[in-house]
Design a protein around this ligand. Sequence first.
Ligand code: HEM
Length: 495
Amino acid sequence: MELSYSSPVNITTGSIMELSYSSPLNITIFTLVLVVFLYNFIHHLTSPRKTKLPPGSFGWPIIGESYEFLYGNSQKFIGDRMKKYSPKVFKTKLHGEPTVVLCGPAGHKFITVNEEKLFRTWRPYSLQKLFRAPFLPDTKVVIPRETLVHVTKAPGFIKTDALIEYAGKMDSMIQQQFKLHWRGKPEVKAYELLHRMAANLSSRFFLGLEENDPRMEKFAMLSFGMTQGLNCIPINFPGTRFYRAKKVAETMRKEVLQIIKEKKAAMCSGVQTNDILSHMMLSGNSETGRFKTETEIATMSSAVVVSGFTTPSTGLSIIMKYIGERPEIYNKIREEQMEISSSKKPGELLNWEDIQKMKYTWHTALEVMRLRPPFQGAFREALSDFTYEGYTIPKGWKVYWTVTTTNNNPECFPEPEKFSPTRFESLPPYTFVPFGGGIRMCPGKEYTRLVMLTFLHNVVKYFKWEVLAPNEDMIGTVLPVPKNGFPIHLHPLST
Ligand code: HEM
């Protein structure tokens, strides 16, 4: 007898009868299964495709891979993961945030052209806590765009028109630094002296302090505690880098508040002032429609001062190391600089035209920054989901671009590991980015060029030097600092 699903009674076995779909219980089960199946099928058809995240690892819970990134070697961190996951894009977790690293010129270009459309700036929590703009509801901003555009990028401060005016003053201040701290000393810790010099220049040109103002030296000494705390895990506990940096930031803020009061009094009595701090005091704020408070101004101008000394001092230390270890490069630079020097009257200071003649010296500085950038990379935040190289990067993720994966690309720089200043005759866009690019390009680039070239002019004029610890480690990776202060032996020269 043929087994029938519709047969109410199966004469062969009772169990077959229990399986019969005709029973009310079985009809209910069948309907449920069908409903679940149809629901899943329709959901599958209508729901968005599952996101394909980039390859990579989030590392440890909460901190992710931050420790290795912040306190190891960030160039190696990035290079290892490019080899392991993909040379174009990989995911990780930095500063406790899911992060995607976009590598090479293509990654940098993608960020640059989509700035403020797909991305906005994001600064690590340590920086946010030290210098965030207190008047903005958005705590992720450190120095708001408005302030940057109207102040640091405004004519009259660190753009060319102002730098033309600064050239002679900068030369005289740098010569004074050599007299005070370099001459007559067989051995110096060059990084410490460069840091001190850059901090002095920053407080002179950005805060408008007079050269004999003792606060310039105070800022210079304070600044030592700052650099390592800018990019770190922000644990505010005595003894940590962040704790030290926070104390420095607070002291700086108090000092700047005092300077603001003095400037206000001077302005009221008709004195003309022309520096970034005064400009901040006088300009309104389009984000809030009101003038900034003194504390807000003090916080932001401290951030600009700090930007002004951290990278130039690290950059110059690395440049001195490369030149000190390569006599043929040193000789070419000295030749260029002595030619400029011999064209001047005794005691005459450098001017803007002299700076333009320092081509080989600047190309050397650029080549060092290509190989060992003083600033390793920067973060953005994704404003919406976006697709890159076939992967989906979710809204809110942090996006990191790196200087070295761009500057060491063999397609743009043949034999990228070779030190060759002459390669800077012409370069395609997005390939060389020690100062970033697009609308977030460093506003301090031209100022840095002036500081570096004026310093290099003087240092090769007065000295030859020997690097005493060629394998000295660097501490910190985003803004690296030589562990032992970069000791060198100085050999004075007659000029
Ligand atoms: C060797 C020296 C320097 C290097 C290598 C350097 C590098 C950079 C880079 C790569 C960026 C882009 C960051 C990003 O994409 O978010 C940047 C931004 C910036 N830099 Fe510099 N910088 C240097 C010197 C200076 C100086 C002297 C100042 C002083 C004013 C300065 C102020 C700033 C500011 C305020 C920004 C943020 C710009 C923005 O968000 O639009 N930098 N710098």
